[in-house]
Design a protein around this ligand. Structure first.
Ligand code: UD2
Length: 316
């Protein structure tokens, strides 16, 4: 990609996806400002860049008072683009504490947009989620499908998308929302029962433990590798102002949890039991994206099919 060297703010830059984006932007030659409160982000995710003068790390809550720290950074060298990834990432936590999800996920987005508007940022790219769709009838799902989120998390991702569109329309601030499907890759947290299924399967298989499939395992997901997601984010950051989205970021391929379990064992060369447990309540049966819009508007195509992504995870 040919793009000028710029200074990019990555909120949530120490998180799973954010830290991969930081790697990518630095590799492309850009300067990067990470804003992270390290509540779920980890210092070790960006420790490989310690000593790189092109990286500035600001420890702050995205829903707190950002202005002073960002203004100082901006005065030293202008921040021209923003990838807004900082968020509470748990759907389950959002059901338990919807006000906190509102504060961080909707409130944080608004604070970032306000700052970006005042500083004439050239593009804000936002990490939304397929959670905005809820239980849709149409699978694979195009962006024009009705949004009926079934969690506060999904509601606040949806309202954030609307705020981005509003700021583009009313304030002329260029924005792009991306709707991520099920993202997987190195650095994904495997520590909670609600962590991404691939991170859990990987950790268990590596420890020689049986895999647990919830329900009949015929539920499907669109698993997209984190390197593809950061590719889409970089394209969105440098896309033209008329690319507002929301745009699905997935592979367009549905994989069942049974197929996934077999693929993880095959890639790791492990022979372990696959157990079935009770199905999770309130779960979507099938999830898969129509990916044509991101292809047309960003030139984005997921390059990693599932087993290639899994194979890359082994070396990390
Ligand atoms: C994803 C997102 C979530 C939200 C939601 C919206 C992730 C990690 N989560 O939840 O944030 O956006 O989509 O719809 O991307 N499973 C097993 N065994 C396990 C763990 C999971 O069988 O040990 C199953 C689980 O029941 C589900 C599938 O694997 O059918 C995927 O689970 P997940 O938690 O990775 O992601 P999902 O789609 O429920």
């Amino acid at each position: 990609m040919s793009e000028d060297i710029e200074r990019v703010l990555v909120t949530g830059g120490a998180g799973f996806i954010g830290s991969h984006l930081v790697d990518r932007l630095l590799a492309s030659g850009h300067q990067v400002v990470v804003l992270d409160d390290f509540s779920s982000g980890k210092r070790e995710n960006i420790a490989q860049h310690t000593g790189d003068a092109r990286l500035l790390v600001i420890e702050a809550d995205v829903a707190g008072d950002l202005d002073a720290a960002l203004d100082t950074a901006h005065a030293a060298s202008p921040i021209t683009r923003v990838a807004h990834l900082a968020a509470k990432v748990s759907v389950v936590a959002s059901l338990e504490d919807p006000l906190e999800d509102l504060r961080v996920n909707a409130g944080g987005t608004l604070r970032v947009l306000e700052w970006a508007r005042r500083h004439a940022v050239r593009k804000v790219a936002f990490a939304s989620s397929a959670a905005v769709y809820g239980d849709v009838a149409e699978v694979p799902t195009p962006e024009r499908a009705p949004c009926a989120p079934i969690s506060p998390y999904g509601i606040h991702k949806r309202s954030s998308e609307r705020y981005l569109a509003l700021y583009a329309e009313v304030h002329g601030l260029p924005t792009t929302s991306l709707r991520f499907l099920n993202v997987f890759g190195p650095r994904q947290d495997a520590s909670s029962p609600y962590s991404g299924v691939i991170s859990i399967f990987f950790e268990r298989a590596r420890a020689g433990l049986p895999l647990t499939v919830y329900g009949d395992g015929e539920q499907t997901r669109d698993f997209v590798y984190v390197a593809d997601v950061t590719d889409a984010l970089e394209r969105a950051l440098f896309s033209s102002p008329d690319v507002v989205g929301p745009l699905n970021v997935g592979t367009g391929v549905g994989t069942s949890v049974n197929q996934l379990a077999a693929a993880v064992l095959e890639v790791l060369g492990a022979q372990l039991e696959v157990r079935h447990d009770e199905a999770r309540g309130g779960e979507i049966r099938h999830s898969c994206a129509v990916v044509d819009a991101a292809a047309q508007q960003l030139g984005f195509h997921a390059g990693y099919e599932l087993k290639r992504g899994l194979a890359e995870m082994i070396d990390v």
